[in-house]
Design a protein around this ligand. Structure first.
Ligand code: CP
Length: 333
């Protein structure tokens, strides 16, 4: 039988049960990691594995949280962040480059400017006699599945005592057409009953028709608007995003928009529900005023931390160590 690795490529592969289970596991990993003995246990379970972090697009959080997640599980890491330092500079294809990684490493975590490149690599490796798991850490303007996982984890923790994510109203604000984090999270929220999404953006940067068609198909309610101040009091969570202008050159456009209209200012705190939350995948520019950071409803720094635990849970699951961790949790906490 053909041996295939467990990959993490896009959010369509996650169902509701998986989301509940991975969030539960991340909570338990968080709890276990509070003690030295717990950290030592976690660091023992995959200390025979090695991971390659192939990040040929810039990253702070995703790279470092995967690096930290691997460290927590005892996995040894290597990295290529600039293709000019690899034999790609001599004309080797990206496909051959990643195939080479698969012969040294047990896991490939990759961020790449091309949509579908992670999927292509996963399929390519599945056809070799040494397939290793591939995790998509952000692909072009298309998908960022592990960011969507950490966003779901953050929403779940935030609404733990408010009936969970089901039935909540969530606004996405900013450059939604080119924002892979907003696109991935919108897709994943279709797994929750009764949610309503608001897409708040200038028309040039509104959410893509492919995502809207999927929401229609899943019967997930949504509204399209450019009136941010009207939406703020109506929603339980606001997902801010920055202008993704790194794509302007490739698209040959540069739209002059009034960013201020799509930014969260200190005065907006008065409009937000007392138990509403403000999220942002980060990095931010001016979309959220720094004065907002000290408000308890600002959830974006909590998101950053949550990203590490959910990625530990994801990697543990890929290597089928999830049950082992749950057993340790039951016996030791
Ligand atoms: N949220 C996110 O993907 O951040 P980085 O680009 O810093 O990894």
């Amino acid at each position: 039988m053909k041996k295939e690795a467990l990959h993490c490529i896009d959010v369509q592969q996650f169902n509701h049960n998986f989301l509940e289970e991975i969030c539960d596991l991340a909570d338990k990993i968080r709890e276990i990691s509070r003690t030295k003995a717990g950290m030592e246990y976690l660091a023992s379970i995959l200390n025979h594995k090695r991971a390659m972090l192939y990040f040929v697009q810039p990253s702070t959080r995703t790279f470092l949280s995967f690096y930290s997640a691997c460290q927590m599980l005892g996995i040894k890491c290597a990295e290529v962040r600039d293709p000019k330092t690899s034999s790609e500079i001599k004309g080797e294809s990206e496909e051959d480059t990643v195939r080479t990684f698969s012969l040294y490493f047990d896991l490939i975590i990759m961020r790449h400017p091309r949509a579908n490149f992670a999927e292509k690599i996963a399929n390519l490796l599945n056809d070799t006699d040494h397939p290793v798991p591939v995790i998509n850490a952000g692909s072009g303007k298309d998908q960022h599945p592990t960011q969507a996982l950490l966003d779901i984890y953050t929403l779940r923790r935030s609404f733990l005592h408010r009936g969970g994510i089901a039935g909540k109203q969530i606004a996405f604000v900013g450059d939604l057409r080119r924002g892979r984090t907003a696109r991935s999270l919108a897709l994943l929220l279709t797994q929750f009953q009764g949610v309503k999404l608001y897409f708040v953006a200038p028309s040039e940067y509104q959410m893509g028709q492919d995502i809207l068609s999927f929401l229609d198909h899943q019967k997930t309610a949504y509204e399209i608007t450019d009136d941010f101040e009207k939406v703020i009091p109506a929603v339980d969570a606001i997902y801010m995003t920055r202008l993704q202008d790194e794509w302007d050159r490739e698209e040959g456009i540069s739209v002059d928009i009034d960013i201020e209209r799509f930014s969260f200012q200190k005065r907006h705190l008065d409009l937000l529900k007392a138990d509403g939350i403000i999220m942002h995948p980060l990095p931010r520019r001016q979309e959220i005023a720094v004065e907002v950071d000290s408000d308890p409803r600002a959830a974006y720094w909590r998101q950053v931390r949550n990203g590490m635990y959910i990625r530990v849970a994801l990697i543990a699951g890929i290597f089928q160590r999830d049950k082992k961790i749950l057993d340790y949790y039951l016996a030791n906490t």
